[in-house]
Design a protein around this ligand. Structure first.
Ligand code: G3H
Ligand code: 13P
Ligand code: ZN
Length: 312
């Protein structure tokens, strides 16, 4: 099995009423935890790399680790650039072996977003790579960009954006946001399903992407705080809302914060219980196991993609 693009994955996911998990990866333990879970669930997978991850681990290390994961699991895996900010980073990832890229032109004007996205699509498609675009802006922090409030996607713009750019999937803003603090304390989590429904009607059969889809499960925040952490109350997107979205047009669900939280809780707990430990293998083993458990939980509770990997 070689790297796959998202094209066939999304076609099957759309028809089958499930979504593919797109998990952010930064090192070997995270990649192993995610892929072990997907292998046991026989689930298709998107591993995604941010600009920050490339800076931290180096592009070549992440590509080689993902290649190793494919050889180890024989799973259909897409390697995807998360939040590509400009043409250059998309080109570098396409030239460097990724099978999918996101060009995030959501901070630009509608027309500039179309022009930039189209430029990336032309280069990517000429190299057999699929492209995700974005319309609307999520609140929250991602890389160096801190957006205070949502700019919900305007459904009236989606047909023109997709037809003029040729993108293969579209990320939309319906109230999810990046990071662990998605709603104010006491605020009831809500998503704009009316926008999702209208976008789906205007783009029949077209795969929609949800960013900022971590659920920030309270027991993990509690574990972090029990073992010396100091996280304020955090509220994420309820899993049942994400499951509902995945039954419809949402084919890709982005999850990073829940993995960070699971990993951090496991490492804090281990070091609190074994304060004399200084062997990274001893505390990274439970961290990897925690990632694996979290990904299995997502496959079952949110994505519904168990058993959908082979044949893709
Ligand atoms: O959307 C952003 C992802 O959570 C990646 O975060 O840029 O800190 O790697 P990062
Ligand atoms: P979370 O911060 O909710 O995990 O979202 C991650 C994401 O959207 C990566 O692109
Ligand atoms: Zn994102």
């Amino acid at each position: 099995m070689a790297l796959v693009t998202t094209k066939e994955m999304f076609e099957k996911a759309y028809k089958g009423g499930y979504a593919i998990g797109a998990f952010n990866v930064n090192n070997m333990e995270i990649i192993q935890g995610i892929t072990e879970a997907a292998m046991e669930e026989n689930a298709p997978l998107i591993l995604q790399v941010s600009a920050g991850a490339r800076k931290y681990a180096k592009h070549i290390y992440l590509v080689k680790l993902v290649e190793a994961a494919i050889a180890d699991t024989n799973l259909p895996i897409a390697l995807h650039l998360d939040h590509g900010a400009d043409f250059e980073i998309c080109k570098s990832c396409i030239d460097g072996g990724f099978s999918s890229v996101m060009i995030d032109g959501s901070h630009h004007s509608f027309l500039d977003n179309i022009a930039l996205t189209k430029q990336v699509v032309e280069y990517a498609h000429a190299h057999g790579v699929t492209v995700e675009g974005e319309l609307g802006q999520l609140a929250g922090i991602e890389d160096d960009v801190n957006v205070a409030s949502h700019s919900y996607t305007d459904p009236a713009q989606v047909e023109e954006f997709v037809s003029k750019t040729g993108v293969d999937s579209l990320a939309i803003a319906i109230g999810t946001s990046h990071g662990a603090f998605k709603f104010k304390p006491g605020q009831k989590p809500e998503l704009r399903f009316d926008i999702l429904d209208e976008v789906s009607k205007r783009l029949p059969g077209f795969p929609i992407v949800l960013h900022g889809a971590s659920s920030v499960i309270p027991e993990f925040v509690a574990t972090v705080n029990k073992y010396g952490g100091n996280m304020p109350d955090a509220i994420g997107i309820p899993e049942e809302m994400l499951r509902q979205a995945a039954l419809g047009a949402v084919c890709k669900v982005n999850i990073d914060s829940d993995l960070r939280l699971a990993m951090t809780a496991a490492i804090r707990e281990h070091l609190a219980l074994y304060p004399g430990d200084f062997d990274p293998r001893q505390y990274l083993s439970p961290a990897r196991a925690a990632i694996k458990d979290m990904v299995k939980r997502k496959i079952v509770n949110v994505l519904g993609c168990s058993g959908k990997a082979n044949p893709l």
